[in-house]
Design a binder for this molecule. Structure first.
Ligand code: HEC
Ligand code: HEC
Ligand code: HEC
Ligand code: HEC
Length: 335
């Protein structure tokens, strides 16, 4: 008991939270199954101090950030950029001590600079982005490619690599990081792009108990809280079936790519888009035989699939990237 209390205190000191009293051990936190908007306000109990720390810790433990991928965490540049919590926050790399994206990764040193300054450099714009507290998320989740530059290289005949976007929800969220054709006007969901703290505005909503949720991956039960101010009556993220529609559009675009190239699958490996021609995934289309239209289509199809929000991050931009890619490839519109 005494050991546990000491350990708890240590964690709490590290994250600089002042505890006023020792509260009893909390139950592990679950996202509410009830409709959060229907809970009578007098039944909501706000939590703070020890109880709050326990809940946040429990949520974090259930998120993907609890563990780290050992491969990239052992390479210095990847560790410092994103994959090792300690290397990220301090800039110091220690190969034999892998650290996950833990509390200190987001609550000390470099992370605090992002949270306070609210600006972040991304490869796909010339100026730093203004992203509020979301600057912290974006520095790890921007996709690591400049689609403009890749397009230029390919269009000028130098395309021997099909560079892929690397886990970059920020490319769609900001409406700036898809692969665009010059002289084409793309749609934008301005309200989604302008949320004050970008990622954090949606991914860390204030729970009914009055603190910022730390599961990072979202549960539909939070849709009324996250989206309800703008989309009255929303009950899940698949608003009017929009996510199903995006899935359908991506499939149509992929089918068009397959028809054009003879490939049967599109995936990613070693930072490259791979167009496989056999079930065993041993043979693939030579990048030199890939047209600009196929590359643009494959880049955007993979960007949308790997983004994970099925269009929610930026509905109009997602739709328009898929539409323009399809149009250039087939001469027709998506159905
Ligand atoms: C230090 C880098 C870093 C920061 C900062 C960061 N992330 Fe992540 N995030 C990652 C990594 C790496 C993963 C993948 C986890 C793994 O290794 O499997 C991840 C995973 C996720 C996932 C889960 C994806 C999945 O498919 O399971 C979500 C959602 C997410 N992050 C959102 C956020 C949000 C929101 C923020 C800002 C509050 C944020 N991240 C800040 C590095 C970071
Ligand atoms: C700050 C207000 C705001 C928030 C918060 C917001 N939206 Fe939106 N959303 C809008 C506006 C305004 C539009 C319509 C115009 C547009 O697409 O630019 C829209 C459009 C959409 C569309 C496209 C609808 C269509 O038929 O074209 C979807 C889907 C959507 N939002 C889902 C969501 C989801 C899910 C959430 C919560 C995770 C959310 N939105 C949060 C303001 C918001
Ligand atoms: C408008 C609200 C909104 C904003 C802004 C937003 N997200 Fe999301 N994001 C969502 C929703 C909702 C989902 C989940 C969709 C679902 O589960 O159906 C999602 C999904 C994701 C996923 C995939 C998670 C999984 O389970 O596969 C990641 C990763 C992610 N977001 C990261 C980010 C990052 C990083 C940012 C900032 C650049 C960001 N999001 C901005 C609402 C948002
Ligand atoms: C991926 C980044 C990330 C990780 C990991 C993370 N946090 Fe946070 N945390 C944040 C951000 C960003 C905020 C501010 C959110 C806001 O104000 O909307 C925050 C807010 C908090 C708060 C204030 C909550 C409130 O609303 O009063 C506490 C306490 C906290 N974090 C504790 C922790 C602890 C403990 C851990 C580890 C178990 C942890 N955090 C891990 C990003 C993170």
């Amino acid at each position: 008991m005494r050991k546990n209390a000491l350990l708890m205190n240590l964690i709490v000191i590290v994250i600089v939270i002042i505890i006023s009293a020792c509260a009893p051990q909390a139950e592990p936190y679950q996202a509410p199954e009830r409709d959060p908007m229907l809970v009578p306000p007098d039944e909501i109990v706000l939590v703070d101090g020890f109880e709050l720390t326990n809940r946040v810790t429990e949520e974090w433990k259930r998120s993907g950030k609890m563990f780290t991928l050992t491969g990239p965490a052992q390479r210095e540049s990847c560790a410092v950029a994103c994959h090792d919590g300690y290397a990220f926050s301090t800039g110091e790399f220690a190969r034999q001590h892998i650290v996950s994206i833990d509390c200190q990764a987001c609550h000390s040193d470099r992370a605090l600079e992002y949270l306070r300054n609210g600006t972040v450099d991304v490869p796909f714009t010339d100026e730093p982005l203004e992203a509020g507290m979301g600057a912290l998320c974006i520095t790890c989740h921007h996709g690591r490619t400049d689609a403009r530059a890749k397009y230029e290289i390919f269009a000028n005949g130098g395309g021997v690599r099909l560079t892929a976007p690397h886990h970059g929800p920020a490319a769609l969220t900001t409406g700036l990081g898809g692969m665009e054709y010059p002289n084409v006007t793309y749609g934008h969901s301005i309200a989604h792009e302008n949320l004050q703290d970008t990622c954090i505005s949606c991914h860390m909503p204030e729970t009914l108990e009055g603190y910022a949720l730390h599961t990072f991956v979202l549960d539909d039960a939070y849709a009324p809280i996250i989206c309800g101010n703008c989309h009255a009556g929303i009950t899940d993220f698949n608003l009017n079936g929009f996510q199903n529609q995006v899935l359908e559009w991506v499939s149509q675009l992929e089918d068009a790519i397959f028809e054009e190239t003879g490939a049967i699958a599109l995936s990613e490996g070693g930072g490259q888009l791979l167009l496989f021609t056999d079930e065993e995934r041993r043979q693939r289309v030579n990048p030199r035989d890939v047209s600009l239209e196929v590359y643009v289509a494959a880049y955007n199809a993979y960007l949308v699939r790997s983004d994970g929000s099925l269009g929610v991050h930026n509905p109009q931009y997602t739709k328009s990237l898929l539409q323009e890619s399809y149009r250039a490839l087939t001469g027709e519109d998506l159905r």
